[in-house]
Design a protein around this ligand. Structure first.
Ligand code: MSP
Length: 509
């Protein structure tokens, strides 16, 4: 398994907007898997990036009186700074305005054109003149533009189309033979019925604005933003430039995204790739959406959450943990500060942090800071070890399915077992009675806690490393392998274990 490649991506983010909690969510989700796969021995490539073309960016730049490229250059740091603050371990960040990307998009467009999958036709739909945007029949609200409420007019423009309908059978076969192509499971049927409902040819060029990659055979057209954006997944790993890198990581193991853009990834993207003779990705994973205190997040409501504010107030690991402990991955969730505080005080301060402090204090006090091999094992001690092993297995199975909430539940079950074990075995009593079993009990807790920290590491990398340090372990978790850390062992190179400051201080409300 060593050095097996694993390629994971996030969507590339629209540059006209400031990053918010929704963007942070997708990126942290990918970071969790990237970190997990690395400690499982995979050679991971984790790509994120920014979507910098299109009418929205052109308009936002116009409003500020600057060139769209200048807007993109200014805004990109907002994203890369956020990734740093969130401890994101991406290997690269692709921008669609980079030449390495643009040439791949041109190549793909030409390839599909030569194949006969792209043809010139006419696009007709409702057009909102003030918003300068097409609105489909379905999007209209009482016959009016859903954004500005004005009456749109019927408009036709010349456009290139992609023969999506050509790919219906191949897409159905792909889904048929890869039952796990779409995760979570529930979303698979959604994609299937969309394809079965009939695929319409897709307009893949525009003449109504300029900010994009010109169509190679007709420069007054720019390539549709989605055709452009999706291509980042191959341009970002050296397609055309670096065949070795591309050959190593493609096909992608997992494209992560919100449910709103699943169709683009599970239907359009594989079709574009197949048209160009490139293998489709192995998996697409869609997560749910966050509302804020029960409401949709929107600029006009003024309730957009800046992840940097939350990190400042509660800590980065606490924020990362909250997002994935609170809501089953795949479902929608509601963000509120009271829910964050509740999770921090309950799971982290009371259950996990307190367990770590008690353990460290007891090892310091009763064993002079040293863990020793057990001399006597009782049924309860065996039970704790068995349960830890069982829950590690459960955790790994759930992680592989992106069921982060279930993986976290497995880790927290160990924590709860350990807290009960301390209460029932009462090491302070064993110490008073001079019973050697105290060594066994503390050895067991030390081991289970050490493993739990590894399990929580992808979610809370810094805090988990702090736990290791408190347990006297000098290495960092990212430099270890999950398989090596699974078994119970009696450490030889462990520093003297003593008291620690609370790792998760309670938040007073
Ligand atoms: N640029 C396109 C993606 C192109 S990928 C080839 C795009 N960008 S986006 O910035 O609008 O959204 C990026 C991601 O943020 C999506 O996965 C989307 O689901 C996620 N979120 C945006 N708002 C969200 C919430 N309120 N909650 C959770 N995630 C949401 O789409």
């Amino acid at each position: 398994m060593m050095n097996r490649p694993y390629y994971i991506t996030t969507p590339i983010y629209y540059i006209n907007d400031v990053p918010h909690i929704g963007h942070a969510y997708t990126t942290i989700a990918a970071d969790i898997m990237a970190r997990y796969k690395r400690i499982c021995g995979y050679d991971v490539f984790f790509l994120t990036g920014t979507d910098e073309h299109g009418q929205k960016v052109e308009k936002a730049a116009e409003l500020q009186g600057i060139h769209p490229q200048e807007l993109a250059d200014r805004m990109v740091n907002r994203f890369t700074d956020l990734w740093k603050a969130l401890n994101i371990t991406n290997n690269d960040h692709i921008r669609t305005t980079e030449e390495r990307h643009k040439k791949v998009v041109r190549y793909m467009f030409e390839k599909a054109f030569e194949k006969g999958d792209i043809f010139l036709g006419e696009y007709e739909d409702w057009y909102c003149v003030p918003c300068e945007t097409y609105v489909t029949e379905l999007q209209l609200k009482d016959g009016k533009c859903p954004d500005c409420g004005r009456v749109p007019e019927r408009l036709k423009e010349e456009s290139y189309f992609f023969r999506l309908s050509n790919y219906t059978d191949r897409l159905l076969r792909l889904l048929e033979t890869h039952k796990d192509f779409v995760l979570p499971e529930g979303r698979y049927n959604e994609v299937l019925s969309f394809i079965k409902g009939g695929l319409r040819d897709l307009s893949v060029s525009r003449t109504s604005f300029k900010w994009g990659i010109p169509v190679p055979m007709k420069a007054e057209h720019v390539i549709y933003v989605w055709f452009d954006a999706l291509t980042n997944y191959i341009s970002g790993i050296g397609f055309l430039d670096d065949p070795e890198l591309f050959g190593k990581y493609w096909p992608c193991d997992a494209h992560l995204m919100g449910k709103d853009i699943l169709r683009f990834h599970a239907v359009y993207w594989p079709s574009f790739l197949m048209s160009c003779g490139i293998e489709p990705p192995k998996k697409v994973v869609a997560h749910g959406w966050w509302t804020i205190e029960g409401q949709k997040m929107s600029k006009s409501l003024g309730n957009v959450i800046d992840p940097l504010d939350i990190i400042k107030e509660y800590g980065v690991d606490e924020f990362r943990f909250f997002l994935f402990r609170e809501v089953p991955f795949g479902l929608d969730g509601d963000f509120s500060k009271s829910a964050v505080v509740h999770r921090i005080n309950g799971d982290l301060a009371n259950d996990f942090g307190n367990l770590a402090s008690r353990t460290v204090t007891m090892i310091g006090k009763f064993l002079k800071g040293r863990i020793e091999a057990p001399e006597k094992k009782g049924a309860m001690d065996e039970f704790v070890e068995e349960q830890t092993q069982r829950l590690i297995g459960e955790y790994q199975a759930e992680m592989d399915l992106f069921a982060y909430h279930k993986a976290l539940a497995a880790a927290f079950e160990i924590i709860s077992i350990l807290n009960k074990y301390i209460d029932t075995e009462a090491p302070w009593k064993l110490a008073k009675e001079g019973d050697v079993r105290i060594k066994t009990v503390l050895y067991n807790i030390w081991n289970s806690l050490r493993i739990t920290a590894v399990m929580l590491y992808p979610f809370m990398p810094e805090k988990s490393n702090l736990i290791w340090k408190a347990l006297g372990i000098g290495r960092r978790i990212e430099n270890t392998f999950f398989d090596d850390e699974k078994a119970f062992y009696c450490p030889s190179d462990i520093a003297i274990i003593d008291k620690i400051a609370p790792i998760f201080p309670r938040i007073e409300t």
